[in-house]
Design a protein around this ligand. Structure first.
Ligand SMILES: [Zn+2]
Length: 319
């Protein structure tokens, strides 16, 4: 054997040289791959910022093949959800929910909650979101999404329970929303003729938001149902004087519900007209002051952006 003449020192040197060369080559390839990945990552972000979801998905899919980095997997997962490919989003987030890092597991659980909400699987969404209520990082996001889950199911008691879980300062900030939940319950009670139930919910709504126009409208309906027309006239007059939008949205209802007592309301409104009379008498039209959605019907909550009390009358403005 020819190796017999070579000393151990020379052999060791050969091994070191080959090892160093392989290391340098490997580093160069890894660095090149990393540079390429970074370019792809920023290209993907650029597509995302400019709402080019299909192209962003292409880039992040390519990145996700080469890299198991959680950040890239999350980007791909939320893109899949936004494109309506919820099954693929769920598959990505389920894998991330088994990650060795607790922070990534929690982030994946929140993402799964959003995936199930998108798929309309509200019970599964609720289960995922509830499991985050003990998380210091994700509790407040989970509560916000849980409120939406209950609202979607018109489970107003459940939504109120979530509101009670909020810290005191957030409860104060969202008190008008809690008042709307109570109003929903009051409306349901009025529809079934449960006047006492309606009265209790109206009282609760007033505690949450003493200035709520919706509560005053409901109190007027309750007074009519309870055979107290003078009180109903008084409450409708108060509510309709609050804003031009409330006037336009509810004058028809008030006249119809009050019947012969509608003339008393007309008299009261003449004494204390709504804030702006321009355009009065035209068919009602409304626009959300948050997102600009237009509507010919009244909504306490904007159908576009889900803001409460954001619709304004546009009869007196150029569209
Ligand atoms: Zn809106």
């Amino acid at each position: 054997m020819r190796l017999r003449g070579i000393g151990p020192e020379v052999l060791l040197l050969c091994f070191l040289v080959v090892g160093a060369a392989a290391f340098a080559l490997g580093r160069r390839t890894a660095r090149a791959r990393r540079v390429r990945s970074n370019i792809d990552y920023f290209t993907g972000l650029d597509h995302l910022v400019n709402d080019r979801f299909d192209r962003a998905t292409e880039v992040f899919s390519r990145l996700a093949k080469d890299s198991r980095e959680a950040e890239i997997q999350f980007a791909l997962g939320s893109l899949m959800r936004r494109r309506g490919e919820v099954d693929r989003a769920i598959a990505i987030h389920t894998e991330l929910a088994a990650h060795r890092e607790a922070g990534i597991r929690e982030q994946a659980t929140l993402a799964l909650g959003l995936d199930y909400m998108s798929a309309g699987l509200m019970d599964r969404a609720e289960e995922k979101l509830r499991s985050l209520l003990g998380s210091a990082t994700y509790r407040s996001a989970a509560l916000e999404k849980l409120a939406w889950v209950h609202e979607q199911q018109r489970d107003w008691r459940g939504a109120l329970d979530i509101w009670r879980e909020l810290p005191p300062e957030d409860q104060r900030e969202h008190a008008p929303v809690a008042a709307h939940y109570c109003c929903e319950l009051a409306e349901a009670a009025l529809l079934t003729g449960d006047l006492e139930g309606a009265r209790a919910q109206i009282a609760a709504a007033r505690v949450h938001d003493p200035a709520s126009a919706r509560t005053t409208i409901l109190a007027a309906r309750l007074a009519c149902a309870a055979g107290e027309p003078a009180k109903a006239v008084d409450l409708y007059a108060q509510a309709l004087a609050k804003s031009r939008a409330i006037h336009d949205a509810f004058i028809g209802e008030a006249n119809s519900v009050l019947g012969p007592h509608a003339t008393d309301l007309a008299q009261r409104l003449r004494e204390r007209p709504p804030l702006d009379e321009t355009g009065a008498g035209e068919p009602a039209r409304f626009r959300c002051d948050q997102c600009g959605v237009s509507s010919v019907t009244w909504h306490w909550r904007c159908p576009g952006c889900r803001s409460y009390d954001s619709l304004q009358s546009v009869n007196n403005r150029a569209l």
